[in-house]
Design a protein around this ligand. Structure first.
Ligand code: NAP
Length: 318
């Protein structure tokens, strides 16, 4: 039987289990993908714990996961005419990168609208492809939101994370000077991506001091991928609210009138295709730190919730 990650009530990783499920049949506008790799994202943890119930309630049994890469095994009767994307429907057997809005990626098979997949370039490895959607589209949206221009200075918090590291590279491609706030273990790597590493820790004032020292002429824009005071810090640095984007502190975004574009603002196969092409051409890189078989999903989320080394954590289906 095909397998899928499930949970029947909110709770710790212990509520997660592997269920035997039926292979989905495609609706008219859908494709069914045999998943090779599905990504994990930190935002899935508070959803599973019930902390986001008022905003994004779960209906039980709930599946899990947005990011996947795999092979198309079925195409719906009208999928060839999928609207809203320049990307044409891939045929059966095609290797694709995709996303689902139904918390369903962590499974052997997933059915999605045909305009939610894009061909996987052969040069992009499965683990990177299977964890591209949320981090990639979020970084893309955040960079677009702050409108960075060549020669400007942009600070990024959580710069070594899944989102932050892609944002750093997209900014560098725009000719921007990037101040990358990250743990010291990641400084050499961020410098190799062309960023100026800035340490966090020892209190918000110290980060502020270091950012001011790294950019005496000022910071033009700020991408916050961590929350916990970075929006306020950006305001203290004199960054205009319209040039601050947080993906992690929505109360601060409302309080100061900053932007908060995340994955949903760039969730399309066209954006995925653009990011996949950049990866295939070696223009950007994405790290994967750990792979787990689907059966070890609890361990994978335990690792994600704790201090983890640089890169995405993914589930392999076989
Ligand atoms: N709104 C959306 O659409 C959206 C989408 C994706 C993610 N998110 C949110 O964005 C955040 C980041 O996601 P991610 O996938 O990039 O996470 P991730 O890959 O787990 O990375 C987290 C990063 O946080 C950094 N960090 C820890 N403490 C920090 C501090 N005090 N200051 C600066 N950085 C610190 C760590 O840096 P070091 O390793 O260098 O120590 C680590 O690289 C999460 O809160 C997630 O829920 C939102």
């Amino acid at each position: 039987m095909p397998r899928a990650v499930r949970y029947d009530r909110y709770g710790t990783v212990d509520v997660l289990y592997i269920a035997d499920v039926a292979t989905p049949a495609p609706a008219a506008d859908e494709v069914v993908v045999e998943v090779v790799v599905a990504g994990l994202n930190p935002g899935e943890i508070p959803v599973r714990e019930g902390l986001m119930h008022d905003v994004w309630p779960a209906s039980f049994p709930s599946g899990q996961g947005s990011d996947f890469a795999g092979r198309v095994v079925a195409v719906g009767s009208a999928a060839g005419s999928a609207a809203g994307s320049a990307v044409s429907t891939p045929p059966i057997g095609a290797e694709v990168i995709g996303f689902t809005d139904r918390r369903a990626a962590q499974a052997d098979y997933v059915a999605v609208p045909a305009n939610q997949v894009t061909p996987k370039p052969a040069a992009v490895d499965w683990d990177v492809a299977g964890s591209l959607f949320v981090a990639g589209t979020t970084a893309y949206a955040a960079v677009r939101a702050v409108g960075a221009e060549p020669g400007e200075t942009v600070a990024v918090s959580a710069a070594a994370g899944g989102v932050g590291s892609l944002a750093v590279q997209l900014l560098r491609r725009r000719g921007v000077r990037v101040l990358a706030v990250a743990g010291e273990a990641n400084h050499d790597w961020l410098a190799s991506l062309g960023a100026v590493p800035v340490a966090y820790g020892e209190g918000a004032e110290r980060v502020e001091e270091r950012l001011r020292a790294a950019a005496p002429e000022g910071v033009d824009a700020f991408i916050d991928a961590h929350g916990d005071g970075y929006v306020e810090l950006a305001m203290r640095l004199g960054v205009a609210p319209v040039r601050i984007n947080t993906i992690a502190d929505f109360p601060a975004a409302r309080k100061f009138g900053t932007k908060s574009d995340g994955s949903a603002a760039a969730a399309s196969a066209d954006v995925l295709a653009e990011l996949a092409a950049l990866l295939a051409e070696g223009e950007i890189t994405a790290a994967v730190s750990a792979t787990y078989p689907i059966e070890r999903v609890r361990e994978a989320y335990t690792a994600l919730a704790g201090p983890h080394s640089r890169g995405k954590i993914v589930l392999r289906m076989r």
